[in-house]
Every structure is written in structure tokens, then in C-alpha cells.
Design a protein around this ligand. Structure first.
Ligand SMILES: Nc1nc2c(c(=O)[nH]1)N=C([C@H](O)[C@H](O)COP(=O)(O)OP(=O)(O)OP(=O)(O)O)CN2
Ligand SMILES: [Zn+2]
Length: 136
């Protein structure tokens, strides 16, 4: 049975600040540099959600990309788009919103809505040149 991967792209624009509350501004600047600016900065995040599995004999689908698009809109875009991640998104109130941590949060939010037999991979571009992947 061949396994095929389907991908859906999405995007959201968010502000964030990389820092630790228990460090001084100086120490945060030493480690996170300009990304620790106390006044925040923003990114146009590009997200790719990938599902791998067998092709369903009846539908010819691995998974309906229309349903995947709706899941991403409901669970990711509505929570993250045009938000300050540190202040407005519960998951990052005590978690540094690095691309690594954001991709794990996205994975955890989507995993529970995706059938168990499908593998899920998150690819998150923070800038056109900085991106991370996470697959659980
Ligand atoms: N491992 C990680 N490193 C960095 C992260 C991250 O999430 N994980 N994030 C940042 C900052 O958010 C920063 O804002 C990224 O912007 P920048 O350094 O300007 O990235 P560019 O790709 O635009 O930079 P160029 O060097 O001009 O290509 C930093 N590191
Ligand atoms: Zn940043």
C-alpha cells in the first residue's frame, strides 16, 4: 500500500518577544539579541501542515485538504493571527515563543483532530530563511 504525503499551506502574522522572565534585560539581550526587544517585533509566519498515510480506496484521498484547511483556520489562525503571542496566546504566557516552541504547540493543537493512522508533520517558517520542522 503506497504512502503519500499531502500538504496544506497557511499563514499568520504575529508579534512576539524572545526572553525569559527570570533573566535581566541585559542577559536576555546577550542570549536573544534584537529578538528580546521589550517592545516586541513581528513575523509573517508561513505554516505547512503535512499528513502522511495510505490513499483511501473509495475517495482517492489521504485526507480531505478542505477539512485540513478548516482545522488550521479554527485551531491555529484564529488563535495566532494578528495576536501578540506572549500576551494573548495562553500557551506562550510561560513558554518562550521561539519557532521551535510554536511548532510543538501547533502540532499538539492539531494532533487531536487528525485520525491516528495519519502521520503529522509541522513545518514553520518564521522568516523566509529561518524554519523548523516537528513531527512529534
Ligand atoms: N533557533 C531559533 N533561533 C532564532 C529564533 C527561533 O525561533 N529559533 N528566532 C529568532 C527571532 O525571532 C528573530 O526575530 C528572527 O529574525 P532575524 O534574525 O532577523 O531573521 P532573518 O532570517 O530575517 O535574518 P537574516 O540574518 O537577515 O537572514 C532568532 N533566532
Ligand atoms: Zn522574532
Amino acid at each position: 500500500m503506497p504512502k503519500v504525503t499531502v500538504h496544506r499551506k497557511a499563514h499568520f502574522n504575529s508579534a512576539h518577544r524572545l526572553y525569559r522572565k527570570d533573566w535581566s534585560d541585559e542577559k536576555n539581550f546577550e542570549v536573544f539579541n534584537k529578538c528580546s526587544n521589550p517592545n516586541f517585533h513581528g513575523h509573517n509566519y508561513e505554516l505547512i501542515v503535512s499528513l502522511t498515510g495510505a490513499i483511501d480506496k473509495e475517495t482517492g484521498y489521504v485526507y480531505d485538504l478542505g477539512i485540513l484547511s478548516s482545522l488550521i483556520k479554527l485551531h491555529i489562525e484564529e488563535n495566532f493571527d494578528h495576536k501578540n503571542l506572549n500576551i494573548e496566546v495562553e500557551e506562550f504566557k510561560n513558554l518562550n515563543p521561539t519557532a521551535e516552541n510554536i511548532s510543538v504547540v501547533i502540532y499538539d493543537k492539531l494532533r487531536k483532530h487528525i485520525p491516528n493512522h495519519l502521520e503529522l508533520e509541522i513545518t514553520l517558517y518564521e522568516t523566509p530563511r529561518n524554519f523548523v520542522t516537528y513531527s512529534g
